[in-house]
Design a protein around this ligand. Structure first.
Ligand SMILES: Cc1cc2nc3c(=O)[nH]c(=O)nc-3n(C[C@H](O)[C@H](O)[C@H](O)COP(=O)(O)O)c2cc1C
Length: 307
């Protein structure tokens, strides 16, 4: 059976994954945290925690709240900063077989450019995933990815600053995700991942105030799967790039739905918190499905529900 996927077909270097199962940024640390739990080298790719120019402590506590079928988080991009990623993490990744993709986040277009150029040519890094769900500080705090023009501006700038393949991670918090996908595709994205979390909140009725220290947070987990699946379907109809589906995937069946809707690869996120082996379980389940259904190449399944 062939499960390998080319995620950056138009890129000179390309980005070939042995299989379509990736981890979602912010839910799998730097990969190292999980390496004693199972053989993470078997995965298609690892996406690390969102990385910013400077280290960040993140938002005030509490930062996590469980909801029906979901999780609200307002971590606020707590991370070690790009220098520590390059000095401490990349040398470890360089010895791995599994490709590692660095997720980057900026508050200005210039910060995205700085991150992209610092990470360019660093051994152990196979690609960038550009998180455009961050607030654009120069435009009053609206998410870069909420608007096609500001999303495209980020990607045009990042593309100039790096020779690495560029995955663009879309936010669902926009009125027309298809238009944003087209804009980033025209700006030079190699692949598109979606979705990031949906904005939400919870209230502690005894305390009579918002449960999260940051008031609102991002909703993830099984509750968002149908929304994410539909957005993947929509974006697959709007652009011709490889798509990476994400949002509420916890089983192989979930993953196969995303692949049939148009995804070439998928990411497992919140599911890793309840079952750290979830990404491997999803991979083994996909293999079992293919065997049982007589599917020899995963590419036979991509977009099949669209025909
Ligand atoms: C605790 C937590 C932290 C996250 N941090 C990031 C991040 O740093 N960058 C990013 O692009 N997405 C981040 N995400 C979003 C996930 O990568 C993913 O897009 C989202 O959770 C939906 O997938 P899921 O339902 O499988 O978790 C985070 C999600 C969670 C739950």
């Amino acid at each position: 059976m062939n499960l390998s996927i080319q995620l950056a077909p138009s890129h000179q270097q390309g980005l070939i994954l042995d299989n379509p199962v990736m981890t979602a940024s912010g839910t799998f640390g730097y990969g190292t945290e999980y390496s004693h739990l199972f053989d993470i080298q078997k995965l298609g790719a690892i996406v690390c925690k969102g990385t910013t120019v400077e280290p960040r402590e993140g938002n005030p506590q509490p930062r996590l709240a469980e909801t029906a079928g979901g999780l609200l988080n307002s971590i606020g991009l707590q991370n070690i900063g790009v220098n520590a990623v390059i000095e401490e993490k990349a040398p470890i990744w360089a010895s791995w077989r599994v490709p590692v993709i660095v997720n980057i986040a900026g508050e200005t277009v210039d910060e995205y450019a700085q991150l992209a150029s610092r990470l360019d040519g660093v051994a152990g890094i196979s690609g960038l995933e550009v998180n455009i769900s961050c607030p654009n500080m120069k435009a009053g705090g609206a998410e870069f990815g909420a608007d096609p023009d500001s999303a495209a501006e980020v990607i045009t700038t990042v593309k100039k600053a790096t020779s690495l393949p560029i995955l663009v991670k879309l936010t669902p918090n926009t009125s027309d995700i298809g238009k944003v996908a087209v804009a980033v595709s025209e700006a030079g994205a190699d692949a598109i991942s979606l979705i990031n979390t949906l904005r939400g909140m919870a209230i502690d009725i005894t305390q009579r105030r918002p449960l999260l220290g940051n008031i609102s947070g991002g909703l993830s987990g099984p509750a968002i799967k149908p929304v994410a699946l539909y957005m993947v379907y929509e974006v697959a109809g709007a652009v011709d790039l490889p798509i990476i589906g994400c949002g509420g995937i916890s089983t192989a069946n979930d993953a196969i739905e995303f692949i049939m809707a148009g995804a070439s690869a998928i990411q497992v996120g919140t599911a890793s918190f309840t079952n750290p082996r979830a990404p491997l379980d999803v991979l083994e389940g996909i293999e079992k499905f293919m065997e049982e259904e007589g599917v020899e190449d995963i590419r036979e399944l991509i977009r099949i529900a669209r025909r």
